[in-house]
Ligand binder design. Structure first.
Ligand code: ARG
Length: 277
């Protein structure tokens, strides 16, 4: 790492399953907050031990999904492009994210009101290309707007499996030209786009994709992901990475895991703009 990685997280003081906006969420099952807290803390401490500067924001009552900071918006250099959430229950998070970013020296911008975009959950740089998931949460038109505004190449990928409703649940860039992915979350066209533009693709097996193995945090040559993904860990090791497992099952109940709980503030690990300019 040339400079210290910076990541935003939000403690799970008010985390819970209070509504159902994706197929993972089931209000009657709920989440155990004390356990969620321990798991979140372990992720936090693991990242700190890897040399990451973890910044935290103040949790807010009534916003159980605020812990999923990946959805706050998209970071590009010093600009924070605030998300336009598909669901009203999450749109209420935006003023809190906007305030945090404004207070921390970012230029806060917004997308046109006509389309939805769920930030780094659906838009991930691999090299200098922005891979963009659309259909369930983000609109393809919003991704095109981002491409024009930031002057970056955007490759839209349709997400065809409702369980993998954000791109970061089924695709994780680990370095420019390298990524892990779950093939069945994409249609034939999407798979072809990925194969054409990402020379080294590591497929994740179905049972591990359902453990959200793809929802990983990359810090240099280390990849932090949910527990019980042994094949992924082995494949990563073979590819020259260190895999660290942190059990995050309480968050799987809301449809999230390691990556969703973090937002890289200095650019994604595999962002070309981070290295290039
Ligand atoms: N319950 C949240 C939602 O449905 C989970 C968000 C997970 N975040 C992510 N980047 N995949 O919006």
């Amino acid at each position: 790492m040339s400079s210290q990685a910076r990541i935003l997280m939000c403690p799970p003081d008010h985390y819970g399953i209070e509504y159902e906006i994706n197929p993972w969420m089931n209000r009657s099952l709920g989440a155990v907050r004390a356990l969620a807290f321990r798991q979140w803390q372990q992720l936090h401490d693991t990242l700190v031990s890897l040399g990451v500067k973890v910044e935290t924001m103040v949790p807010q009552p009534g916003l159980p999904d605020l812990v999923f900071t990946a959805n706050a918006g998209l970071i590009f250099h010093n600009t924070f492009l605030s998300s336009r959430f598909r669901h009203e229950v999450r749109a209420k998070e935006s003023p809190h994210f906007d305030a945090w970013f404004a207070e921390h020296g970012f230029t806060v911008t917004h997308l046109p009101e006509t389309s939805f975009h769920e930030g780094a959950g659906d838009a991930l740089f691999c090299g200098d290309t922005l891979f963009a998931g659309y259909r369930t949460r983000s609109d393809a038109s919003a991704h095109q707007w981002v491409g024009k505004t930031f002057e970056v190449r955007v490759l839209p990928l349709e997400l065809v499996n409702p369980r993998f409703y954000h791109l970061d649940t089924c695709f994780c860039p680990i370095a420019p030209g390298e990524a892990i992915y779950f093939p069945d979350a994409f249609d034939t066209y999407g798979k072809r786009v990925l194969h054409t533009h990402v020379p080294k693709l590591i497929p994740v097996a179905e049972e591990e994709a359902f453990r959200f193995g793809c929802n990983a945090v990359v810090v240099g040559k280390t990849v932090v992901h949910n527990s019980q993904c042994p094949r992924l860990a082995e494949d990563l090791t073979r590819a020259g990475y260190r895999a660290i497992e942190v059990e995050l099952d309480e968050f799987l109940k809301a449809g999230g895991s390691a990556k969703c709980l973090t937002l890289r503030l200095d650019g994604e690990e595999a962002a070309g703009w981070k290295y290039g300019e």
